[in-house]
Each structure stands twice: as structure tokens, then as C-alpha cells.
Design a protein around this ligand. Structure first.
Ligand SMILES: NC(=O)c1ccc[n+]([C@@H]2O[C@H](COP(=O)([O-])OP(=O)(O)OC[C@H]3O[C@@H](n4cnc5c(N)ncnc54)[C@H](O)[C@@H]3O)[C@@H](O)[C@H]2O)c1
Length: 428
């Protein structure tokens, strides 16, 4: 397994749990040292236990030869972040392909778990052939796990997508999943690559769609929570990803929307829908600032508490988290920003005061913003918080709280797309 990140660690550990011998290789010494020492360098519920009970089947190394030696499958789970142009940066993927020793014996299969643009498999195949590695197979097997529920997603996947140049290679990869129930989608390599990008783009589209409905709700006096429920009960639509909020983030949705938009554009096709999905998401993060201004006027000198920093609950992942944009927008408006998160403690949020507790973050604050719907925040509208704040305004960016209960507890409440429940604006 190349890559000891969210995907590599979870997939490697879960394959070990199925009884396979797994060597996980990374290039960051500190990461491997911590794993060897028994620590888990990321926060992912349940992962510690899986790693712990499979220590005898799991090895961690920096050495490419130790990883490749005797391996039947060479999983690639390295990062593919966006470049400035919006294309995926495949440098880490190419590094893995170029590092494979030419004398690798047998017929190992390179299995691509990393999310890559359509066409990557064909390029990797050509590069392997050019390097004299025609005997090495190639299979695209995109990953659909969600951070926060990654272990369960591995054990009970909605589907296992396998795109191969060679049917036997596909069967071998499917066989590796013996013991897991999940529908297998057999296809060619480009289609497998596109399934991943299309799935994330579609989920992102649903989020931007319901966020736009929320914004319309605010203009026409409807409640997006009820609207989403009424829409989602239609069996043709389903209830998932219809929760209005302050926009999507994380290491996958923004990157994959951008990669698909870019991929289509590179082929001469302007993917208009994804342009809109992207723009709506950018604006949605910034609407929080307008909501604060509506209640507080100019934000210069105002103390704002951001509650939750990770891009979603149950992860410490801060990549593309909406909290980043909100924090810097607030700073540029002259606000004083404090933040609290139970697991994400980013050192790169310059100018933001990180607090140990919610109470510390909200003390003397002019407003508290729920940025991530951590379960701990469900009880935010308490007497302690009310007393600690200078002005009891809650902007609920995830519609986590019961608006009536929050108002009954003495808070001014402002959610997303819930005008019926919003407290009237009072001058402070
Ligand atoms: N995180 C998710 O929820 C998720 C879900 C599905 C798919 N994916 C995709 O999976 C891929 C990995 O994502 P991630 O979140 O695990 O990334 P990550 O950044 O957490 O981990 C990638 C790891 O690869 C390591 N690495 C880089 N070059 C290497 C090399 N030559 N050999 C070995 N290791 C190397 C890095 O040091 C890092 O530890 C990405 O393409 C991502 O889009 C991620």
C-alpha cells in the first residue's frame, strides 16, 4: 500500500483484517515512525482498533523494496491534490510508478485507489510498458470511503468498482475483497475513473442545490428543513445530501468537482453545471459573514467564536474546510476570531485564537457560529454559554439546533434557510 493517509491506512488495515499480509509504505519518516511506535497519525473512528488487532499482519516502512518485495497487489493511495489550474496533481502517482523496481517478479497488479483524471490508467499502462514492466497488471479501483465512517464504509461498501485492461486482473482484485459484501461493478478503466469523479460531483451538486433552495427559502419565508424532508421522501430522490449549510469542503469534493470541470474543459466541453456548483459553494461559505453583519453591523472589533473547524464531524481533516474561508473573511472584516474544535487543531490558521473548550471560545463573544456539526455542539444553547457571551447570537451554519429551544434559552438564532425561525434583528 503506497500512502499511509486516510485511504491507505484504512484500506491497508481493513485488508489486514480480512487476513491479508499488508505492507504500508509512506515517504514521510515521522508518519512511519509513529505507526511503528503504535500510534495512529490521523483521527478516524475505529481505525486504532483495526490496526491494533492486526499488528502481526501489518508492517510500515519507508523502503520501496520492502513494500514491493513479494507483493501480489501494489495499491496506490497517494494524494492527488489540485494544481493552480484545477487539474489533479499526479506527481505522487508518477513517483510511485517510477519507483517500482524493474525486476519485480511474478504478475503484481498496480491497483489505483487514488482519485485520478480519466485517462490516467492508460498513461500509467504506457509508462509501465515503456519501463519494461509489461508483466505488471493495472486495475482502477476507486475509493468511496467517507472520512468519519471510513472503516464501516470499507466493510459494507455500496459497491466495488473495478476497471481493468485484463479480465483476469479484475477477478484477482475482486477476489481480494472476499469476505466483504458489496455489489461489484466491472467495467473498463476510463469508466471506473469517471465513476469516482461523477459520484463526488453529483453529491456536491446536491449540496449546492439544497443550499440554493435554502437561500430562496430565506427570501420567500419557507423552511429548508421541511422542504428538504418533503423532497427527500420522494423515493426517486432520497434524503441524502439534502442538508443545507455553509457549503462543502474536505479533501475530495472541491478537488473532484474542480478536476472533472477541468477535465471536461480540457476536452473542449464547458461543464456549466459544475461551474455553478462551485460558485454556489464559494458564496455559501461567505453568507455567514453577511448573516453576522445583519445582526452586528460592521464586524470590526467584534469577537466571533467559530465552533468546529474540521470540514465535517468525526475527522481532523482541515483540507478545504469552509472554516478556513470564514475565518479569513472575518479577519479581513476586522473581527477578532476564536475557534474551537474537539480534534482539529490546525497550526496554519494564522491570526485565529484556538481555544481548548467551547466556553473559552464563546467568552465575551458577540456571536458564535456553528461551522461543523460536532455532536458536542447540539447542547450549545445552554445557560452557561448564554451567560459567557457578551451578545447571545448563534449563527447555526449547519442547522444543528432546535431554533425554538435556542430562542427560549435566550439566544438570538439565525440558521440557514430558516427565516420563519430567525430572531428579529436588534441593534447591539
Ligand atoms: N480522504 C478521503 O476521504 C478519500 C476518499 C476517497 C478517495 N480519496 C482519494 O485517495 C487519495 C488519497 O487520499 P488521502 O486522503 O488518503 O490522502 P493523504 O494526503 O491523507 O495521504 C496520502 C499519503 O501518501 C503519501 N505519499 C506521497 N507520495 C508517496 C509515495 N511515493 N509513496 C508512498 N506514499 C506516498 C503521503 O505522504 C501521504 O501520507 C486521493 O487521490 C484522494 O482523492 C480520498
Amino acid at each position: 500500500m503506497f500512502g499511509a493517509g486516510y485511504v491507505g491506512l484504512v484500506t491497508g488495515a481493513c485488508f489486514a483484517d480480512l487476513g491479508h499480509e499488508v505492507v504500508i509504505r509512506d515517504i514521510v519518516p515521522e508518519r512511519i515512525e509513529r505507526l511503528v511506535a503504535g500510534e495512529v497519525p490521523i483521527y478516524e473512528p475505529g481505525l486504532d482498533e483495526v490496526i491494533e488487532r492486526n499488528r502481526d499482519r501489518l508492517r510500515f516502512t519507508l523502503d520501496v523494496h520492502e513494500a514491493v518485495d513479494g507483493a501480489e497487489f501494489l495499491y496506490v493511495a497517494v494524494g492527488t491534490p489540485p494544481t493552480e489550474s484545477g487539474d489533479a496533481d499526479l506527481a505522487a502517482v508518477w513517483a510511485v510508478v517510477d519507483e517500482l523496481p524493474e525486476d519485480v517478479p511474478g504478475r503484481p497488479i498496480v491497483v489505483m485507489k487514488s482519485t485520478v483524471p480519466v485517462g490516467t490508467g492508460a498513461h500509467v499502462r504506457a509508462r509501465l510498458d515503456a519501463r519494461g514492466l509489461s508483466h505488471v497488471g493495472y486495475v482502477s479501483n476507486p475509493e468511496f470511503l467517507a472520512e468519519g465512517s471510513a472503516v464501516a464504509d470499507f466493510t459494507r461498501p455500496d459497491r466495488i468498482v473495478v476497471g481493468a485492461f485484463d479480465q483476469e486482473d479484475a477477478e484477482r482484485v475482486v477476489g481480494l475483497h472476499h469476505g466483504i459484501e458489496g455489489e461489484v461493478v466491472h467495467t473498463d478503466v476510463p469508466s471506473a475513473e469517471l465513476v469516482k469523479l461523477a459520484a463526488n460531483a453529483f453529491l456536491s451538486t446536491r449540496i449546492s442545490f439544497i443550499n440554493e433552495i435554502a437561500n430562496v427559502c430565506e427570501l420567500v419565508g419557507a423552511d429548508v428543513v421541511d422542504v428538504a424532508r418533503g423532497v427527500g421522501l420522494d423515493h426517486r430522490l432520497g434524503p441524502h445530501f439534502l442538508r443545507a449549510g455553509i457549503g462543502f469542503g474536505g479533501s475530495c469534493f472541491p478537488k473532484d468537482v474542480s478536476a472533472l470541470k477541468q477535465l471536461a474543459g480540457n476536452e473542449g466541453y464547458p461543464f456549466m453545471l459544475l461551474h455553478a456548483v462551485w460558485e454556489v459553494n464559494e458564496l455559501q461559505k461567505r453568507r455567514v459573514v453577511q448573516k453576522l453583519q445583519k445582526h452586528l453591523g460592521p464586524l470590526r472589533g467584534k469577537k466571533i467564536a467559530l465552533l468546529g473547524l474540521a470540514f465535517k464531524p468525526n475527522t481532523d481533516d482541515m483540507r478545504e474546510a469552509p472554516s478556513r474561508v470564514i475565518a479569513y473573511r472575518l479577519l479581513s472584516e476586522g473581527a477578532e476570531v476564536r475557534a474551537w474544535d474537539p480534534v482539529a487543531h490546525p497550526s496554519d490558521l494564522v491570526g485565529i485564537d484556538l481555544c481548548e473548550t467551547v466556553l473559552e471560545a464563546v467568552r465575551d463573544a458577540d456571536a458564535a457560529v456553528i461551522v461543523t456539526e460536532w455532536p458536542e455542539l447540539a447542547s450549545l444553547a445552554s445557560a452557561d454559554v448564554r451567560e459567557a457571551m457578551a451578545n447571545p447570537l448563534i449563527v447555526d451554519g449547519r442547522n444543528l439546533l432546535d431554533p425554538e429551544a435556542a430562542q427560549a434559552a435566550g439566544f438570538t438564532y439565525e440558521g440557514i434557510g430558516r427565516p420563519r425561525h430567525a430572531s428579529p434583528v436588534v441593534a447591539v
